[in-house]
Design a protein around this ligand. Sequence first.
Ligand SMILES: [Zn+2]
Length: 863
Amino acid sequence: MIQNGNLLRALRISVLSLVVFGLLTPIAPGQIKITSPEEFFGFRLGSDRKIARWDKIVDYFKLLENESGHIKVVNMGPSTMGHPFLLVIISSEENLANLDRLQTINAKLSDPRGIAEAEIKGLIKEGKAVICQSMSLHATEIGGTQMAPELTYDLLSREDEETRRILDNVVFFLIPSFNPDGQIMVTDWYNKNLGTEYEGAGLPWLYHKYAGHDNNRDGDFLNLVESGYAAKIMYRDWVPQAYIDHHHMGSYGARLYIPPYCDPIRPYADPLIWREMSWYGAHIAYKLEENGKTGILNAAQYPGWGHFGWHWITPFHNIAGMLTESASANLASPIYIHPEQLEGRSRLFPEYEAQSTFPHPWPGGWWRLRDVVEQKEISAWALLDLAARNKETVLWNAYLKAKRQTERGSQEKPEAYVVPINQHDSLTAIKMINTLLLSGVEVKQAKKDLVIGNAFYPEGSFMILLAQPKMGLIRNLLGRTNYPDNYWTRDKEDGDPLRPYDLATHTMNEFMGVRVDPIAEVPEGEFQILSSQVPATGEVEGGEGHVLDGRLNASFKAVNLLLEQGVKVKRADQAMEGLLPGDFIVSAGPIEALKEIAEKTGVSFKALKSEINGGVHEVKKSRIGLYQRYYGGNMDEGWTRLLLEMFAFPYATLMDAEIKKGNLLARYDVIILPDDSPEMIMGEIPERYRRYLSSVPPEYRSGIGKEGIDALKDFVEKGGTLVTLGGACEFATGKFELRVRNTLGDLPSKEFFCPGSTLKVNFENSHPLAHGMPSEGVVLFNTNLAFDILPGQHNEMYETVVRYQERDLLQSGWLIGEKHLSGKPAMVRAKLGKGEVILFGFRPQLRCQTYGTFKLFFNALLR
Ligand SMILES: [Zn+2]
């Protein structure tokens, strides 16, 4: 069928060339038959109890590409688990043939520096609106991906004026699944349970190999393969003028949330962005009402200050980044909802009653996947329609946003950020610069040494001017951020602080422990604009032995690679000539292998200056077990798995049955409990989750139970290391009766509140667990834990590794009740029997983003 299609396509192109040369009259587009989704899949998409699987959807798009000249299917590459990640480009044949030119125009309008307004006006006439929409990033939110083939079919087969106008004026980038792996997992899981009592049950494990639901918390750090593709599409190759990410929400509120967002809004976007979102949202709302759709909510529930996932970070790339959220059915099984079960209870949508942003409530009844597909297609179409009707306005706005953001960057303070090349962990600084480059930020590198005020920056240091179109992004990533404490962020009745949608700050340099200096005025100097990733290639010096800098995260990867090859590695216990505590010493090793590791990690093998007589110990290769549970999986577990792989730590996944069996020390030296509530680890499911979780088949219900506690305690007492992250600390302090208490446990939120913020701490870097750390810095606090060590007979069994500073703790984010943290232990090592429990009250490795504290975690695994 596909080969036939190719023939057809070749034929059509040659026919087209005859048309172009005036030898034939044009053929109407409808003359080549476009296969409908119903014909191809054998059912109407969105039908009850049917989900089209990703491989079939890929085949369908390939077929359409052969049948129509209005579509180009680009395979961006394999997903995390090896499935094709597609970008589908839909536009007129003429536009698709002219994509290179349209891309140039898009680039100039998105970065008009140095281009005269007269030229801009010409480009706006010639250019096309670029609109991107992505589907089902959260793979259980299946409606978007099920809708995409139908939307595409309609765009390719309809012949009315509205459709023609869209194809002529818009280049539409469709990402039909942002998470192909999850789409396949969910489809197979759904089909497996179809017709059983577990029909429609949620997936018991993460629907992305590493990130699960957190795959939209990665639009800034780009740790996931899929994020890399999206960044290429939207941050670098093109800058769309508008973008919608199509999601689902719970089943009992509005039927559909559409743009705009409500308050608060994050600062530093061009204000026009917020106006554009209202404009698009109004058209989408109008079109839904015109089509008789009810229960549509806008300007409520989702605030304009969220996490840095795709729809929330794109506004800072000057893209009108928006969201739709459909009420969920039970995957493809319908759900019945009684009128009295419907509720508001969200930001600016307090009651389930008509209000100006929710004028037409849905009355309740059956709710089906088909309802989702239809409302999503109307929304997606409306965005394309409005952009097509107003192409020149959309492009003029693109120009204005970029121009005004650049002007603001040159007029406001600071004017630039400087990232010194000589800093605590210079390789992590380079990693940060490379991440910014992947986001399309312009970075310059100093060709000569630089002096700014009293500060000296050696050649190779980086400078990021704010006078560039992505000023808002840079300011949010590299400047201190105060989350607002105001009318919009407090409960209207009791004044309790409202939890931000995610973290209260996303300051990349703070998370990464990278020094970034704000500079009031752009200095003179010679710079080059970086046009590709900054290479970090280490060198291997000659000599008898080598030293690896213990301050570099990348040194841990190098050591893991060395240990894998059987090379002996030692570690300095104290400062010595040419050595800092925590530095690694490699006494021998085949030079070629060292060179390869230096190249792979960027770490230099420096020559060992003097002979070592004591003060070192041999690094032992730990056998690491990482605890994993069901009930939808634990995202922190997934990210931790990715982090271990990124830094070449060997590990095994450890599940309930193995823990319960006991004798853990025979197989593991270190066991990691990722951030989780003690109840979830135990398998005592809190009432609030019960409705959803009880529907899962029994083999996917997890919890280590009483036997698990005994097994883990036995493991520690006999000499094992238990690492507990965030909430999991309370499991250890509670179940092992450690003399450590969470000081924040019962405080009401008005008294203490600190959602996802960076806080100042002191690192006790003479302690082996803090080797390689600076003496002070920040940690990411996100789980309400600080410790009191309770007085007892053996206080010496407890060691504080990280401690909150006394005052002015908040670096970025939101902190109420500083006094409750002031001077308290943030990370504690508790000895128990022959072993130890390492308690991290903050999040040392959140989402593979907090590079600044990775070493604390790595030290617990590799000493
Ligand atoms: Zn979602």
